[in-house]
Design a protein around this ligand. Structure first.
Ligand code: M6R
Length: 607
């Protein structure tokens, strides 16, 4: 999951290549580089670490040209140093690549036997050498590029400068997304439309196996058989301004604060204004007739699926299995022909989720995507899509996408219960009225930020932190722990409160912070009993509850975060917010980069 930009223009491209990279930095930030054709051939500048280092390198040793490619890397093969930074070059070829070339060792050996000398430990470098190999054998530039692509196995989105005096970009996609953008007197390629948003919104999405020759005023696309094809030009919906931090210090902070609007937008898309009943669209039939649902996702999206399981089973009576995509795709899952598979993903490009979806498509199952990125691969390849309308999420830690996923899952559970006649119109409307209060409830939850900020130093100093909950608050406990460890690098674990006595309670020592997520519901008193057990063993309790639950924690908890009363299905959605805030302020206290935590990337497009 690296980011790629390419520009062919009648103006200098360096500044915009770097601007495009900055917008792709969420995909990886181990190293960055650019290559341009400048009249004397291809010249490159590369630097380890974030794009700011590349900017310094470019200030110290400027280059520019009217055709160029750029890359921000999330390392897979080879350490994240300057040597392994893209673009990779061989003779008069430079390439940038996102993905993994699985047969790179064989290709590297073959090329080495033909005199090619490799400068990096990456899988990607073979691409540049292979194109040069074919050029050396007399092929023209396009033929050499296509001959190379033909030999690549694995996943790739790539852009290349072929020939050192050319105003042409070569591009190809297989397993990783790539778009072509249309400007005035210039053309672009990018890993996503978001990277190109400041330059153009007119984009064409390359399809699986497509390759493209991009010139200043035209693009020629071939499909995987080599036949020339026409792909539709679309207007991308992402606006440049949505990706700015505005008055916030960090994207994560901004995205936490955007949740009331994101939830209002998302809910409005699923409520029929005339009947006040759920709008299920194409998903209705798929979910109505399913004898079983399997919900598949990764990371935070998997945890939203886990909350969805509680809701769908309780309201519609349909059995739901949840599966981590990377596990699902490599076992032999027993699939039901009448089952429906749900794929939940912010990016719609997570490699394991995408592969699991293709597996289910091949098996003839109905597939539904709950997706934030409208033009993503999963959104395009599932039978039906339920969009989360969270807007672009840039911070690596998922916040508004998570709560928007929960809102869509709540509406799906209600829609299924309605279609199956398990809940009356009136019961459904009562649930929907409760969900419609989410913007107001989440605004109140955000107001707990001062308290969360005050608690942060406790978590920042702790050796480890635990999160516990029962029922729908169990996946929330896992999410609270994931959020904390992901952006603070502190050990944190989430447990089902009832499981503590089966082992984990041994880890509790004097002063261990335990975040107890227990708003009032039929399981709250049981969670309170578990809290008593650990408080008696010295745990420092941080309770997250509601006004009705507060009295249970009064003399037991060191800190009690009191949320407003949360009717119907709103509880887990609202309770997610103090968990996000606790992680955010702890990261702030420790000085870690919560928008770009170490070793991570926003969109995991390699398995
Ligand atoms: O784009 P996706 O929703 O498919 O991404 C799935 C996970 O990689 C993602 O939720 C990850 O766990 C987040 N960084 C957690 O905050």
């Amino acid at each position: 999951m690296c980011g790629i930009v390419g520009i062919v223009s009648n103006k200098p491209v360096r500044g915009r290549l770097v601007e495009g990279l900055i917008r792709l930095e969420y995909r990886g930030y181990d190293s960055a580089g650019i290559a341009v054709v400048n009249g004397q051939g291809i010249v490159r500048r590369r630097a380890p670490g974030k794009i700011i280092n590349l900017q310094t390198e470019l200030d110290n040793a400027p280059i520019d040209g009217t055709c160029g490619i750029a890359h921000t890397r999330w390392a897979t093969h080879g350490r994240p140093n300057k040597e392994n930074a893209h673009p990779h070059q061989s003779g008069s070829v430079a390439i940038v690549h996102n993905g993994i070339i699985e047969n790179f060792k064989i290709l590297r050996q073959e090329l080495a036997q033909n005199g090619h000398v490799f400068a990096t430990q990456t899988d990607s470098e073979v691409i540049a050498h292979l194109i040069q190999f074919y050029l050396d054998r007399g092929m023209d530039e396009e033929a050499a590029f296509l001959a190379c692509v033909e030999r690549l196995e694995g996943a790739y989105a790539l852009a290349a400068l072929v020939g050192d005096a050319n105003q042409t970009l070569y591009a190809a996609r297989h397993g990783s997304p790539l778009v072509v953008g249309f400007g005035e007197g210039e053309m672009f390629v990018g890993s996503d439309a978001f990277a190109l948003a400041p330059f153009t919104k007119r984009v064409l999405y390359l399809e699986e196996g497509d390759s493209a020759v991009v010139k200043i005023d035209a693009v020629q696309v071939r499909d995987q058989t080599g036949a020339l094809v026409t792909r539709d030009i679309q207007t991308a919906s992402i606006s440049a301004v949505m990706a700015e931090k505005g008055n916030y210090r960090h994207f994560m902070e901004k995205e936490i604060h955007e949740q009331p609007e994101a939830l209002a937008r998302t809910m409005a898309a699923y409520i029929d204004p005339d009947s006040d009943l759920p709008i299920m669209g194409d998903t209705g039939l798929l979910l109505k007739n399913a004898d079983r649902v399997v919900a598949i996702a990764c990371g935070t999206a998997y945890l939203s699926a886990s909350v969805g399981k509680y809701w769908i089973e309780a309201l519609s009576g349909v059995h739901v299995e949840t599966d981590i995509a990377s596990e699902f795709r490599y076992r032999t899952p027993a699939l039901s022909k009448n089952g429906t598979a749900l794929f939940i993903s912010q990016s719609g490009e997570t490699a394991d989720t995408l592969a699991a979806m293709r597996y289910c498509n091949r098996a003839g199952m109905g597939t539904v995507g709950i997706i934030n990125a409208e033009e993503s691969s999963i959104a395009r390849e599932t039978d039906a899509v339920m969009r989360t309308l969270a807007g672009p999420e840039i911070g690596v830690a998922s916040t508004k996408a998570f709560t928007a996923q929960l809102a869509v899952l709540a509406m799906s559970a209600l829609g299924m219960a309605h279609l199956r006649g398990r809940l009356s119109d009136e019961e459904i409307k009562t649930h929907i009225q409760a969900l419609e209060t989410l913007p107001e409830l989440t605004r109140k939850a955000i107001a707990t930020k001062t308290q969360c900020e005050a608690i942060a130093p406790v978590l920042a100093k702790a050796r480890q932190t635990f999160f516990i909950g029962r029922g729908v608050y169990y996946p929330l406990a896992l999410e609270g722990a994931l959020k904390l460890k992901e952006i603070t690098y502190l050990p944190a674990e989430g447990y089902a409160a009832g499981e503590l006595k089966h082992g984990p309670i041994a880890l509790i020592e004097d002063g261990t912070p335990v975040v107890v997520i227990a708003p009032s519901d039929p399981l709250m008193e049981k969670t309170v009993s578990n809290m008593e057990e650990i408080a008696a063993r010295g745990a420092k309790i941080i309770a997250i509850t509601d006004t009705a639950g507060a009295e249970y924690f009064e003399d037991r908890a060191e800190h009690t975060i009191i949320l407003p009363d949360m009717p119907g299905l709103t509880g887990p959605i609202v309770s997610a917010i103090p968990l996000q805030l606790l992680a955010y302020y702890t990261a702030l206290e420790l000085g870690t980069n919560m928008d770009q935590p170490r070793n991570l990337a926003k969109s995991v497009t390699v398995e």
